[in-house]
Design a protein around this ligand. Sequence first.
Ligand SMILES: *[C@@H]1O[C@H](CO)[C@@H](O)[C@H](O)[C@H]1NC(C)=O
Ligand SMILES: *[C@@H]1O[C@H](CO)[C@@H](O)[C@H](O)[C@H]1NC(C)=O
Length: 430
Amino acid sequence: MSPNSMWTFGLISALLLTLGSTGLSSKVLELSDRFIDVRHEGQWLVMFYAPWCGYCKKTEPIFALVAQALHATNVRVGRLDCTKYPAAAKEFKVRGYPTIMFIKGNMEFTYNGDRGRDELVDYALRMSGPPVQLVTRTESVDMLKGSHTIFFIFVGQQEGVVWDTYYAAAEGYQEHGFFYATSEDIAAQHFDFEKLPAVIVYKEEQHHFYPHGHLAHEMDPNEVNETVFQWVNVERFTLFPKVTRFNIHQLLKTNKYLVLAVVQEDKLNQIATHELEFRDMVEGVIRKHRARYHDKFQFGWIGEPSIAHSIILDQLPTPHLIAINSSTQHHFIPEDDPMQMTPQALHLFLESIRNENAIAYGGDTYFVRLNRALFEVRRALRDMWLGNPVLTTVIFGLPLGFLSLIMYSIFCGDCLVTEEDPDEDHEKKE
Ligand SMILES: *[C@@H]1O[C@H](CO)[C@@H](O)[C@H](O)[C@H]1NC(C)=O
Ligand SMILES: *[C@@H]1O[C@H](CO)[C@@H](O)[C@H](O)[C@H]1NC(C)=O
C-alpha cells in the first residue's frame, strides 16, 4: 500500500467509524464535505442525494447491491447528502437528485443510464479501467462472452490508423461500451476473421466486423475516423433492447429509424399474453431479417407506454408499433390493427418507411415542441389527478381560490370603496 492509499484507507475507516458501522467495504460509504479532499484518491461511484427525494430512496437499495458487487474492485461506492453538505454539492455542480457520478482523478462523469444494479456495475467497471483493455489469454475471451451482452475487440498490431481511431472511439464511448484488444493468435480461436487489423463487435452470440478494417490504410484518415465512430455508435446496441427514458436518447443518436414495439408492463414487469405475442412476433421477424433492415433500422421495445406517448403526443392503446426518424423526429404508425398484424404487414410497413412512402407525423418544429410541452403538462396533471385527486384539488384548488379572492379584491376594489364611502361619510357626519 502506498502512503497515499494508506491515508485514504485511514480516512475511509474514520468516515465509517463515525457512522458506527463495522467497516465492511461492501457498504455504501456515507460521505461528507471532506470528500472534496479525498476525491483524487482512487476511483469513486457516488450518488449525490437529498433525504426528501423519492427517486433517491428508490435507488438506495440498488446502490447497496452495487457496493456489494464492486467490493472486490478498486471502485469505492459512496453517497453524499447534499442538503447537509452543500459545499460538496457545489464542488460537483450537482443540479438534480439523485446525481450519480463516476469520479477518478480530476475527472468526473455524470451517469445518465438506467439505475439498475447491472447497468451501474457495468458502468463503474467500464469507467474504472483504461478505454481499451488488453486481453492476453484465450480463456479471457470466453469470460467476456459470458459476462457482456456486447463488447468490441480489436485484433492485430496495436499501431496504425485503425488502432488509433479505435482507441479514440473507445475513449469517446467508454461510458457506453466495453472495448478490448487482443492478438491474432488468441482471437483466431474465437472469431473467423481473414485479414488484419480487424475490429469486431460481439453481441448475442454473433460477431460482426467494421467493414473497412484491412483496407483502411488506403483510405483518407478522416474517412476512417468518421466510419469507425459511426460504426461503433450504431453497433453498441443489441438487436431488440428494452427502451427506457434513459437509453432512448442514446438510441436516437444512431440516426436510424427507431422502431419500437410498445407494450404495458405492470409493477412486477409482467406483460399480458396478447401483448407479449405481439412483441415476440416483431422480434422474431427482425431477428430473421437482420441483414435486410440493419443499415436503416434500430429496433427495440418499450414497457412503459408513456415514453411512446410523449413522442407521438397521443395515447394509443397497447400493444402498438411506432417508428421514429431519429434525425427529424417524425414518427410513423402502421394502419393495421397491431393484434392482426402479420409478419408480411410488418415488412410492408418497414419498406414504406424506407421508401419514404409512409405518412409522417410530428417532427421537430416549434409548433410540435409547443404541443409536446402542453401534452407533458396535461399528462402530468392527469397522472396527478388519477394518483391523488384530493391532493391535486388542494394544490391547484387552494391557490385558485386565493387567486380568485385576490382578483376579486383587485377588480372589485373600486366598488367596495364606493359602497363604503357613503358609510364613512355617514359616520363622519355623525
Ligand atoms: C473523429 O470523429 C469524431 C466523431 O465524429 C470526432 O469527435 C473527432 O474529433 C474525430 N477525430 C479526428 C482526429 O478527426
Ligand atoms: C429522416 O428524414 C430525412 C428527411 O426526410 C431523410 O433524409 C432521412 O434519410 C430520414 N432518416 C433515415 C434514417 O432515413
